[in-house]
Design a protein around this ligand. Sequence first.
Ligand code: NAD
Length: 257
Amino acid sequence: MGIAKGKRALIVGVANDKSLAWQIAQELHSQGAEIALTYQGEALEKRVRPLAAQIEADVVGELDVTNDSQIEAVFANLKQKWGGLDMLAHAVAFAEREDLRDRFLNVSRVNFSRSLEISAYSLVALARAAEPLMEVRGGGSVVALSYIGAVRAVPNYNVMGVAKAALEACVRYLAIDLGPKNIRVNAISAGPARTLSSSAISGFHTMVHEVEQRSPLRRGMKTEEAGKMAAAILSDLASGVTGQTIYADVGYSIVGF
Ligand code: NAD
């Protein structure tokens, strides 16, 4: 028994065992869901396949979110395998390392566009591909991962903060479009966690330290806590919640000073 029993979930964004997407996949599996994973490029496939085996997940294809034919192929595979889809987790983000330090002002046009395409537009593309598969199941739930840098200017987060602001806005507009089909769309704004992506942010340890010192719970967020929150919001327990950004950040976002 579990809150995701009988559900079928696609998780996009597992790079390794530190990935927040991996936490979501493990939690959903332990809550009874069947899981499908993708990987970005051959190098990551070697990491993703052994993880998939641990939770009896299927690897349904290579998926670079800038590649429309890969998106099409992954959802065609899912249609063949399951016929429908209940849950989609989007845990994908990218910014050039050079843009995660110093002045936001210096971001180039091309890097800005690429960050927003991969980190925000990809949610729209994946939700559009998921819509018909969720419709046949009578509805579904989509979750994306955000960060407080969407609404506050966090030093060095820079263009990723702009991309997360766009991502959170995409969540709201997608919720409006997909709500009539009983498809919910939400974001989890997670506290800082040490992962492959976050290691690119200059001074990341300061972000973690700040949360440990000043959050109401006086500790950092555990990565499994982001996974649990995402699983909860994806499940029918959250059937009345859509278009929201929900903070799973040990309370840091409510602190004034
Ligand atoms: P991660 O490096 O484990 O995951 C990032 C994933 O994005 C990787 O699997 C990578 O393959 C994928 N990705 C990047 N470009 C892609 C592309 N073009 N096509 C397909 N996939 C691509 O790091 P993570 O911290 O687990 O990040 C997952 C999500 O959580 C991201 O959206 C990130 O912004 C968000 N987040 C992370 C933190 C944190 O502190 N780690 C906090 C809040 C939100």
